[in-house]
Design a protein around this ligand. Structure first.
Ligand code: IPD
Length: 277
């Protein structure tokens, strides 16, 4: 039977596919690039165009709903998750990839009600892979059910991370030393693919065993969290405690054992909170 948020879920799928088409076309065209919080934090007119498209369509269909979105937040809109139905949107995740035509770029649409994540839709624009997860109803990629690897042993793990926007020497030192700690623990490899949402989808698919990052945002995490949980994985705070969507940090893994091993290995990089900006 269709769940209570079926209409919203179907709208998210349709909009992610439409946005993906726009992004796929724009990928090979000339772009106007601006920077946001750092020289490595990029935005293009396509980020704005796609975000405006998604929000205006959803607002028309669901006028009482609230929105948290990357480019609106960059222009000063507050990121507060209330009990109202709330859409959490990243129009282009992997903007730096997009700018360089590196074909790992996604649209991410998450949806929460009473501060609980209900569903997530992530569209890999160039490979045309649609990842979906609905609370209690499983996670899928183009119709195929997703399952995490189930790996518990860090010395057998493929680990994913992202660099994050801050590039000052102290932050970089911590970032590299975190990576070094995982390599010392004999992880098989550490990968940086340039899109947090797609890295998290690889974890949900069983193509990687863990993910961690400092400096990601709620719109990088919302949709992916549902997909990973529904694929049997764990998403927690880097302290080892429960996930805090607004805390700009995460450990996700195929098992709780693996997530705790990684959380214990990490030193904190302080990025502040999304709801205090
Ligand atoms: C960013 C990318 C990047 C990650 C950042 C994200 P954006 O998203 O996923 O790889 O390091 O934390 O915010 O800015 O391209 O939407």
């Amino acid at each position: 039977a269709a769940g209570p948020w079926e209409e919203c879920f179907q709208a998210a799928v349709q909009l992610a596919l439409r946005a993906g088409q726009i992004i796929r076309k724009a990928l090979t065209e000339e772009k106007r690039v601006s920077t946001k919080t750092s020289a490595a934090d990029l935005v293009t007119e396509t980020d704005h165009l796609v975000e405006d498209l998604i929000i205006s369509e959803l607002r028309e269909r669901f006028p009482s709903h609230r929105f948290i979105a990357e480019e609106a937040a960059a222009s000063g809109a507050k990121c507060v998750l209330t009990h109202s139905p709330t859409w959490i949107i990243d129009p282009i995740d992997g903007t730096c990839n997009f700018v360089h035509r590196f074909p790992t770029v996604a649209v991410s649409i998450g949806f929460a009600v009473r501060q609980e994540l209900e569903f997530g839709v992530i569209y890999h624009c160039t490979e045309e892979r649609l990842y979906t997860g609905r609370r209690g109803r499983g996670a899928f990629c183009n119709g195929q059910q997703l399952r995490v690897s189930g790996e518990t042993d860090l010395s057998k793990a493929l680990v994913l991370t992202e660099i994050g926007p801050k590039r000052d020497p102290a932050t970089l030192k911590l970032f590299l030393s975190n990576m070094e700690r995982l390599l010392h623990a004999k992880a098989h490899g550490v990968r940086v693919i340039g899109s947090s949402t797609l890295a998290l989808c690889h974890l949900a698919s069983g193509a990687a065993d863990a993910y961690y990052q400092f400096g990601l945002h709620c719109w990088d995490l919302a949709a992916a969290t549902v997909i990973i949980r529904e694929a049997g994985g764990i998403v927690i705070d880097t302290s080892g405690g429960p996930l805090d969507l607004m805390a700009c940090r995460v450990v996700a893994a195929s098992t709780r054992e693996m997530a705790m091993l990684i959380a214990q290995a990490l030193q904190t990089i302080n990025y502040g909170r999304d709801d205090e900006k």
